[in-house]
Design a protein around this ligand. Structure first.
Ligand code: NZQ
Ligand code: ZN
Length: 386
């Protein structure tokens, strides 16, 4: 096992009815900005429940945070906070709202250019951020219990990530009933995103990290087991509860501690979203099978372990089992209703040079757990994903 330094200060308050706990979790004298997305939180009653639980505090609202949250929208929230001297943030939504809130928390106290300081310079010089909590409505990203955030600048087609220990949520409320209204596309996206997060940390090379491996395999198997049923019955409490907790554990640092990590699928995927507007999980479903295929030699030990322990594949040559494990991964994404080829989204070979150029522009020229996915390999991977 590799050395590691694991820190995760986020309190998780889990279960039906737990939004009422906000009254104990948010300081009584806080001046709160509640941030949310389009209409879902208002329509399904989550926002009302939140506002009721915050009763007695000074509360303002900021709605309209988009999927793939926009820098310019978020800077309007920063303005509102500064003008009205607000000092506590509460995100109500999915990954986009929580990521957006993390950016806002850091940007409010940033004296320089927020895009440059927080996203281009990866928040290295940021030393303070507003405290915030979250109420999760979409299990997928793990943003509710990690320190990552991904923000889009639409004018320049840039989607950049930052990470800072200052933006761990103080607490996150995970009430599975708040995910009942998710449409099939978002549920499927959530399953594919969580699945890929696990694979990015698990499917590399063995370092004798027995517990991390078994945890990762258990989380993958849980998603395979419950994913298709969730599409059928999104209002089944046990299914949603298991899904929500799996998605959180998939990216809260636990399974990634002490193991090599890949993240090539995500980095290339962000460029596809920035250029073509695909959902985050759609890009992952397209790219993950190709990344596994391209890197199959260096990943072979883990691919064989994955084939056996996750998919129960025992027969055939090593090559056969690896092929079948990759095929089963793709089939699972398709079964969830997420298409796995670029051409399914009307993107053809002539779009590839621009994607490679964006990777170069963002310095993403040494991806993967061996830093060996250069631009040429990325091009192969995208080409194989058509
Ligand atoms: O805007 P509203 O009306 O609220 O609708 C949202 C949105 O359109 C809807 N939704 C959310 N909860 C709902 C609901 N609809 C009905 N009922 C509910 N309970 O779902 C749509 C998508 O929401 P979004 O927050 O964009 O989805 P997700 O949670 O998948 O977040 C995606 C973003 O997270 C980033 C992605 O790049 C993308 O920008 N990621 C963040 C990560 C992190 N912080 O660690 C890691 C991930 O790899 C990822 O990159
Ligand atoms: Zn992701």
């Amino acid at each position: 096992m590799n050395n590691f330094n694991f820190y995760n200060p986020t309190r998780i308050v889990f279960g039906q009815g737990q939004i009422a706990e906000l009254t104990n979790l948010v300081p009584e004298d806080a001046r709160v900005l509640v941030l949310f997305g389009g209409q879902s939180a208002r329509k399904n009653g989550t926002l009302d429940e939140v506002l009721m639980a915050l009763n007695g505090r000074h509360v303002e609202e900021f709605g309209g945070i988009e999927a793939n949250p926009s820098y310019s929208t978020l800077m309007r929230a920063v303005e509102q906070i500064r003008q009205h001297e607000l000092n506590y943030l509460l995100a109500v939504g999915g990954g986009s709202v929580i990521d957006g809130t993390k950016f806002v928390a850091a940007a409010v106290q940033c004296e320089g250019d927020a895009w440059q300081e927080i996203l281009v310079n990866h928040a290295t010089n940021i030393d303070k951020a507003l405290p915030f909590g979250s109420v999760l409505t979409l299990p997928a990203t793990g943003s509710e219990m990690n320190a990552n955030s991904v923000i889009t600048r639409y004018e320049t087609h840039e989607k950049l990530a930052f990470s800072s220990p200052l933006v761990y949520p103080t607490f996150s409320i995970l009430d599975p009933t708040k995910a009942y209204t998710l449409p099939p596309r978002q549920l499927a996206n959530g399953v594919v995103d969580a699945f890929t997060h696990i694979m990015e940390q698990y499917l590399t090379y063995p370092v004798n990290a027995a517990v991390q491996d078994r945890f990762a395999e258990g989380l993958l198997q849980t998603l395979i087991e419950i994913g298709p049923s969730l599409l059928e019955t999104p209002d089944d409490y046990d299914l949603q509860a298991n899904f929500m907790w799996t998605a959180t554990l998939a990216l809260n640092g636990l399974i990634g501690a002490g193991v090599p990590q890949d993240w090539a699928t995500h980095m290339i995927g962000h460029e596809i979203t920035a250029l073509h507007g695909l959902d985050h999980a759609q890009t992952l479903a397209i790219l993950l099978p190709s990344v596994l295929h391209e890197q199959r030699t260096k990943k072979s030990d883990k691919l064989l372990q994955y084939a056996q322990r996750v998919w129960g594949l025992e027969d055939g040559s090593d090559d056969d089992r690896i092929n079948l494990a990759i095929t089963k991964t793709r089939d699972f994404f398709e079964r969830m209703g997420v298409k796995t080829h670029l051409t399914d989204y009307q993107i053809s070979a002539d779009a590839i040079p621009a994607m490679v150029q964006q990777l170069e522009q963002h310095g993403l020229t040494q991806l993967g757990e061996h830093n060996d996915i250069d631009l040429e390999k990325s091009q192969h991977i995208i080409q194989a994903s058509l």
